[in-house]
Write a protein that binds this ligand. Structure first.
Ligand code: R5P
Length: 288
C-alpha cells in the first residue's frame, strides 16, 4: 500500500502514512499559463494506492484529483482508495429551487467512477442517510466523535455539550456520551446563507465550559448565534468544536471576537486544528 496526495494535503497524508506504516508519495502538478494543470503520478503498477485529498473549496481541486485517479487506474494500480476526510457538496442534497443541481448525488457518482473505495469522515448526511445511496462504489463513513470526546476529557472536566440544531444531535449526543457529560440540543431556523436564529437554551451552564459541537463551521453563523444564546446563561467559557472548519469570511475570527475559543479536527487544514484524525483513517485502512 502506498499513500499519495497533492502538496496541499501532504501534512495529513504523511501522518496517515506514518501511522499505517506505509510509504508516502506526492503527485506532481504543473500549472500552465492558461490555467490548465498537468498532473504527474509516481509508479503505481500493482500497488494498493490510497489518495488523501482535502477537497474543501472543491471546484479547483476536483479536476486535478480526477486526472490523478484516472491516470493511476490506466497505469495499473491494483486498487484505488480515495480518502476525502471532508466530503464537499453533501449539503446540496435536494432541488431546493427549480433548476438547481443535486450536487451530492452527481459528485458521488463522479468519484465512484474513479475510485474502488471512498472513505470520508462525518459526511453531512441529512436527507440522505446512507453513504451507499450517494456512492455506487464501496464507501466507508468514519467519525471524529471519539477523538473529539478524548480531547474534551483531557482538557475540560467541567464540560457541558451544546448542539446548535437537530442535525448536530448525532455528534453532540455521541460526544457527550463518550466524554461522560451532559448535552442539550437547541433549535435553529435558517433564513439565508448568513442568517440563522438559534433558541431553546434553558439552564445548567453556570460555572461550566459550554462546548458547542457541530459537523461543519462554514459561514460561522450557526456557531455565532449559538454562542450568543449560550452566553446569556453565564458559562465559565465557551468552546466551539467543528469536525470540519471551512471558515468563510473569517468566521474563526468573528467567533473569537465573541469570546469563544475555536477548535477543529484536521480534516481541513487550519490554524484551529487541535484534534488529529489520522489515527482514525490509518485504522480504517488497516482493516480494509
Ligand atoms: C448544517 O446543518 C450543518 O450541520 C451546520 O450547522 C452548518 O453547515 C453550518 O453552517 P454555517 O457555519 O454557515 O452556519
Amino acid at each position: 500500500m502506498i499513500i499519495a496526495s497533492f502538496e496541499e494535503s501532504s501534512d495529513l497524508a504523511r501522518k496517515v502514512a506514518r501511522r499505517a506504516k506505509s510509504s508516502y508519495v506526492q503527485f506532481g502538478k504543473h500549472d500552465f499559463p492558461d490555467g490548465e494543470g498537468l498532473i504527474k503520478i509516481p509508479e503505481v503498477k500493482g500497488k494498493e494506492l490510497v489518495v488523501v485529498a482535502q477537497i474543501h473549496r472543491p471546484d479547483a481541486k476536483v479536476m486535478p484529483l480526477i486526472f490523478a485517479l484516472a491516470t493511476a487506474k490506466e497505469l495499473g494500480a491494483k486498487s484505488i482508495t480515495l480518502v476525502a476526510p471532508y466530503m464537499p457538496y453533501m449539503r446540496q442534497d435536494k432541488r431546493f429551487n427549480q433548476g438547481e443541481c443535486i450536487s451530492n448525488m452527481i459528485f458521488g457518482r463522479l468519484l465512484s467512477r474513479y475510485a474502488d473505495r471512498v472513505i470520508t469522515i462525518d459526511p453531512h448526511l441529512h436527507r440522505v442517510h446512507r453513504l451507499s445511496k450517494i456512492f455506487p462504489t464501496k464507501s466507508t463513513r468514519l467519525s471524529a466523535v471519539g477523538a473529539i470526546a478524548e480531547y474534551i476529557k483531557k482538557h475540560h472536566s467541567d464540560a457541558f455539550i451544546v448542539g446548535p440544531d437537530a442535525e448536530s444531535y448525532q455528534w453532540a449526543r455521541k460526544v457527550a456520551k463518550l466524554s461522560g457529560t451532559k448535552a442539550r440540543i437547541l433549535l435553529k431556523k435558517r433564513y439565508g446563507d448568513r442568517n440563522v436564529k438559534i433558541s431553546g437554551f434553558k439552564d445548567g451552564l453556570k460555572g461550566k465550559t459550554a462546548i458547542l459541537v457541530d459537523d461543519i463551521i462554514s459561514s460561522g453563523h450557526t456557531m455565532m448565534e449559538t454562542v450568543k444564546e449560550v452566553k446569556k446563561h453565564r458559562p465559565r467559557s465557551i468552546i466551539c468544536i467543528g469536525v470540519h472548519g471551512i471558515f468563510s469570511g473569517k468566521a474563526d475570527l468573528k467567533l473569537k471576537r465573541l469570546g469563544a475559543k475555536v477548535v477543529t479536527t484536521n480534516t481541513i487544514p487550519h490554524k484551529t486544528n487541535r484534534i488529529d484524525i489520522s489515527p482514525v483513517i490509518a485504522e480504517a485502512l488497516k482493516h480494509g
